[in-house]
Design a protein around this ligand. Structure first.
Ligand SMILES: C[S@@+](CC[C@H](N)C(=O)[O-])C[C@H]1O[C@@H](n2cnc3c(N)ncnc32)[C@H](O)[C@@H]1O
Length: 211
C-alpha cells in the first residue's frame, strides 16, 4: 500500500500534545505501523508517527515568540512529523525546508503540512553529509541528540552552519547526548514526551548554539 494512503487510513489526525495549534497524523495501538517498511539505510523506528519533546518545545516556543521565524527562511533538521516546520510556517516563516532520511517521514510531513494548510519543501537527504551550510536564516533542530553517534554528526554540522552565519535553535528534553557545554538555555517548558517510552511530562529546554 502507498505510504500516504496507509497514514491517512490508519493514523488519527489529532492536536499535537501541548501544541493544540497543530494537528498531526498520530499512531495509536491499532495503527499497525509494523506493516510499513522503510527505505532508510538503517532500520529506523517510525519517529514521525509520534510527538517528541524536542519538537514540542520548539513549536511551543515559536508560538510564544513568532518573531524568531517571521519573514525568515527556516530549515527543520530531522523533521519527523514536521511539527517544527509547520509551527514555523504558521508563525510566518517565509519558507521552510524539512530534511529527513526516512522516506515514510517524508510522506507524513507532506500530509501533516497539508492538514495544517501550510506549504513546506521536504528534502529526503542526509544533509549532515553535505559540505556547505544550507541557504537559510535559521535552523531548528528538535530532538536530534537522541543517540551518541547522531549527536556526534549533528553538533559539527550545526557549528559549521553557525560559523557561516546561520542561527541555530535546539529543542531538547536534555537527552543523554545533548552537548550542554555548547548550548545556552533560553526557555524552559514542561511538555509531554513520547521519546522516553511514555506520555509523561518532562521539563525540557530551547537552546541556542554558542560560537
Ligand atoms: C526523535 S525524531 C524527532 C523528530 C521531530 N524533530 C520532533 O521533534 O518531533 C529525530 C528524527 O531525525 C531523523 N534523522 C536522523 N538522522 C537524520 C539525518 N542525518 N538527517 C535528517 N534527519 C535525520 C530521524 O529519522 C527522526 O525522524
Amino acid at each position: 500500500m502507498d505510504v500516504r494512503t496507509f497514514i491517512a487510513e490508519n493514523l488519527h489526525l489529532r492536536p499535537a500534545p501541548g501544541v493544540p495549534e497543530i494537528r498531526l497524523y498520530t499512531a495509536h495501538p491499532g495503527s499497525g505501523l509494523a506493516r510499513l517498511r522503510t527505505d532508510a539505510p538503517e532500520d529506523l523506528p517510525p519517529y514521525w508517527a509520534y510527538s517528541w519533546a524536542g519538537g514540542i518545545l520548539l513549536a511551543k516556543h515559536l508560538f510564544r515568540d513568532p518573531d524568531i521565524v517571521r519573514g525568515r527562511r527556516v530549515l527543520d533538521l530531522g523533521a519527523g512529523s514536521g511539527i517544527v516546520g509547520i509551527a514555523a510556517r504558521k508563525c510566518g516563516a517565509s519558507s521552510v525546508i524539512a530534511t529527513e532520511i526516512d522516506a515514510n517521514a517524508i510522506a507524513a510531513i507532506d500530509l501533516n503540512a497539508a492538514a495544517n494548510n501550510v506549504t513546506i519543501e521536504v528534502l529526503e537527504t542526509d544533509i549532515l553529509s553535505g559540505d556547505r551550510a544550507p541557504n537559510v536564516d535559521i535552523i531548528l533542530a528538535g530532538d536530534v541528540f537522541y543517540d551518541a553517534e547522531l549527536a556526534g554528526r549533528v553538533l559539527p554540522f550545526l557549528a559549521a552552519c553557525l560559523s557561516a552565519g546561520v542561527e541555530v535553535l535546539i529543542g531538547d528534553p536534555r537527552r543523554r547526548s545533548l552537548p550542554l557545554a555548547s548550548l545556552r538555555l533560553i526557555a524552559e517548558y514542561a511538555v509531554p514526551d513520547f521519546g522516553d517510552g511514555g506520555a509523561q511530562s518532562v521539563t525540557g529546554g530551547v537552546f541556542t548554539l554558542e560560537a
